[in-house]
Structure formats: C-alpha cells, structure tokens
Write a protein that binds this ligand. Sequence first.
Ligand SMILES: NC(=O)C1=CN([C@@H]2O[C@H](COP(=O)(O)OP(=O)(O)OC[C@H]3O[C@@H](n4cnc5c(N)ncnc54)[C@H](OP(=O)(O)O)[C@@H]3O)[C@@H](O)[C@H]2O)C=CC1
Ligand SMILES: N[C@@H](CC(=O)OP(=O)(O)O)C(=O)O
Length: 361
Amino acid sequence: MAQQISPLNVGVLGATGTVGQRFLVLLASHPYLRVHAIGASPRSVGLAYPKAVKWKQTTPIPKAYRDLNVSACEPGAFAGCKIIFSGLDADVAGDIELAFRDAGFAVFSNAKNYRRAPLVPLVVPLVNPDHLAIVRQQQQELKKPGFIVTNANCSTTGLVVPLAALERAFGPIDTVLVTTLQAISGAGYPGVPSLDIMDNVVPFIGGEEEKMEWETKKILGSLASTTTGFALRDEMRVSATCTRVPVIDGHTECVSVRFARRPAPDIAAVRAALSAYTCDAQTLGCPSAPVQAIEVHDAEDRPQPRLDRESQAGAAVSVGRIRTCPVLDIKFVLLVNNVCLGAATSSIINAEVACAQGFIA
Ligand SMILES: NC(=O)C1=CN([C@@H]2O[C@H](COP(=O)(O)OP(=O)(O)OC[C@H]3O[C@@H](n4cnc5c(N)ncnc54)[C@H](OP(=O)(O)O)[C@@H]3O)[C@@H](O)[C@H]2O)C=CC1
Ligand SMILES: N[C@@H](CC(=O)OP(=O)(O)O)C(=O)O
C-alpha cells in the first residue's frame, strides 16, 4: 500500500548530461519529488538550463526547467533540498558527492566512485533495497545526517535482476557467463565517435567487465552480521565480456548460469520464476517501480532494444530466449534500458524506498 509522502525538494547534479536529462524528464511528473536546483560544470554555471544543455530527449525540455539557472555543484547553492541526485562525470563526482554528504544531504549517485566503499550501499532497487539500512552506519561514523547511496553500473543492473529472481526460486547460482551488447548512450555525450561505432562492434569498454564481475557479488551479497559492511558473494564465479554496438539506448546481455543445486530447474520453472518475481519497491508502492519487474517474452526474436526499451518507462528488465545451456544449466537474453533502470530510474526508486522507510527526515 503506497504511503502518502509530503513534497520534497531535490537537486540534480550533472543535470545537463545524458543521465541528468533523464532525471529531469522523470522528475517533472513525479508525485512528491520537486526539482529545486540543478548543477553542472563551470561551463554551464549561470546559464538558463535551455542554453546550457544539448537536449537529446525525444520530448521537449519540461516547462518547469526552462527558466531555471544552472548552479555550481556546491552545497550552498542547494539549500532547501533534502535529496541530491548525481549524474556527475566520475572524474569529478568523488569530491563533489562527498561535500554534499558532509553538508547533510542524502546523495543518490550514478557514479562508480563509492560503489566499493564498505559503508556505502550499492543498490539495484528491484533487488537489494534492504542494503539501504547501512546508511545508519554512515551517519553514525560521520555523526552527521548525510549519506551516499550508489546505484550500479548499467549492465550490472540488468544482470542482477533475473539472477536475484532465479536465486530466490532455486537457491544459489554458482557460475555466470555474460556477454553484453551495450548502447552508445552508455558512454555519455558526445561519447563514442561515429566513425568508431557506425557499421561496427567495439569489443572493449574500459573497466566495464571488472565492474560487472565485482558489483554482482556485492549486490547479491548481504549485510555482514558480525562486522560492518557487506558479505560479498565471493564463491560466485562471474565472467563478463562487454562490447559496444550501434544502438542508441538499451543494453542487451546474453547470459548463461549454473545453479549450485542438482538437479537444475527446468525451463518452464525458470520462466515461471522470472515472471512471478516481485520486489520490495513494488510492495512499498514506490511510484517509479515497474508493475512487472521482469517482462518475460515468448517470441523467439525478443527482447530487442528498439521494441522493448521503453516498456514500463524503461523501469523493468526484459528477458527472452530462455533455453537449456549445454555447458552450464540455462541461458537467456535480457534487455535493460541503460539510462532509465540502468541509471536515473534506479536512483529515483532508491530515494523513494528511502523516503518510505524513514531514512530521509
Ligand atoms: N549513460 C549511462 O547509461 C550511465 C551513466 N552512468 C554514470 O552516470 C554519470 C553521468 O553519466 P552521463 O550522463 O552519461 O555523462 P555525461 O558526460 O553525459 O554528463 C556529465 C555531466 O557531468 C557534468 N560535469 C562535468 N564536469 C563537471 C565539473 N567539473 N563540475 C560539475 N559538473 C561537471 C557535465 O556538465 P556540463 O554539461 O556543464 O559539462 C554533465 O552534466 C557518470 O558517472 C556515468 O559513469 C551510470 C549508469 C549508466
Ligand atoms: N560504462 C557504462 C556506463 C557507465 O557509465 O557505467 P559506470 O557508471 O559503471 O561507470 C556504459 O558504457 O554503458
């Protein structure tokens, strides 16, 4: 049952970027989060938003932002905001996000900088919102009300949703092989040069495979019971190969998994478990959560980025081609909208869960 939450002012850092633009579109119609201030680089500071941004969305700049000026990414310019969403370039996110946390803000970040920090939750809202509880330890350590919550790498986000559903139904997965076909928008703007990506596949994305292999073990792990921080799933073997393809939005991933328990589940049971998967963000009534967390496709040629990335506003994971794997146990193809669930939507749902659970006073 959805709680009534009073309107809250939020700020968006990196508001001119690929992820920042998505934040602004999604927040323009949010039931209780109101954009109060926006920040970007010194290049943009002081300009009215339409002058600062190279708008790349298919809908016009929402009216509410047309007269909003871009501020410097300094806490003083965001007075009156409770929540800060960050779509900052990772080169600058580290110091800026820390300054906002130290100034008492609840920071929801897309950047990679703090994902491995022991007291920072790495939350995919359809999987492990229970990890948010560790922000109390951050607050105790700092003796301040601020905290940082990160969301995962966009490819990791798509992967862990069906893995979590399968583990809930069939117990631990011990091996995962994944090959990604990642969209150009994942590299930000202007991103990959057109002469590199047109008519081509680039079989390397710096740091991406390591992030998928490590982040999966933190997200599918648990809060440590005897020490502070998290118990990682170190026994799970994850091997990723990441490629860039000429698609604008939507990361496709080809996944094979092996279960620890024998016998492995059959395909019908796997399909049913994926379709039936529900998560806390849904039961808490978070307004940005998808109705169906995993959309299972029966057609043999789905999911496809162009056809499926906007389903449920890009907040779910699409899965198809579920079949027996002759090497591991089962294999399937998934699609995640990298700029929605893979980025801005996850931050927003994380903030909604934090509001619903009383982490934001
Ligand atoms: N694109 C995606 O699919 C995903 C991205 N991410 C992560 O989200 C973050 C944003 O990515 P993306 O939107 O693609 O990146 P972009 O390059 O498109 O945008 C970067 C943003 O950071 C701002 N910025 C750059 N330098 C500074 C500075 N010195 N001070 C303040 N602001 C600055 C830019 O402002 P200005 O316009 O003024 O230069 C811009 O608003 C990154 O950390 C990325 O790794 C995570 C998951 C998915
Ligand atoms: N590297 C991802 C997007 C991204 O920025 O990831 P991360 O937030 O983990 O650095 C891609 O290219 O699609």
